[in-house]
Design a protein around this ligand. Structure first.
Ligand SMILES: Cc1cc2nc3c(=O)[nH]c(=O)nc-3n(C[C@H](O)[C@H](O)[C@H](O)COP(=O)(O)OP(=O)(O)OC[C@H]3O[C@@H](n4cnc5c(N)ncnc54)[C@H](O)[C@@H]3O)c2cc1C
Length: 93
């Protein structure tokens, strides 16, 4: 994840196209975050689901990151369209 972010930041800093890499960062980062907080909640058991635990907030925040600022389905479409475009094929989402 870190190397993805660094590569995307480098593309931005060097004025190169970064749409696909940014979409990959958002997609992969949010899914990793969801997976990690889901596992953490499982370890904590019911306590992790309680509003008294910071984990509950982290779990919700991770999940919503798969939805806002472009849902992960849309990120996949952006990535796919970008790859097709690179090979001279235009797709309409
Ligand atoms: C806490 C929070 C903060 C937010 N902040 C902002 C903000 O600051 N500014 C702002 O503009 N918006 C904001 N939003 C809105 C957010 O960006 C939208 O919720 C998000 O874009 C998804 O839109 P939607 O909820 O209308 O879902 P819909 O567009 O109705 O989509 C529903 C589901 O269908 C899927 N879907 C839709 N179209 C396709 C397709 N073509 N192919 C495959 N799957 C598809 C989506 O991926 C999603 O899973 C916020 C939302 C939340 C919950």
């Amino acid at each position: 994840m870190r190397s993805l972010v660094y590569r995307t930041a480098w593309l931005i800093d060097t004025n190169q196209p970064f749409t696909r890499e940014a979409a990959i960062c958002k997609l992969f980062g949010s899914e990793v975050c969801s997976r990690v907080t889901d596992k953490a909640l499982q370890i904590y058991g019911a306590l992790g689901y309680s509003r008294h635990m910071p984990l509950e907030r982290a779990f919700r925040d991770a999940r919503i990151s798969e939805i806002f600022e472009g849902t992960n389905e849309i990120q996949r479409i952006v990535i796919a369209a970008n790859i097709f475009q690179e090979h001279g094929v235009r797709i309409r989402p």
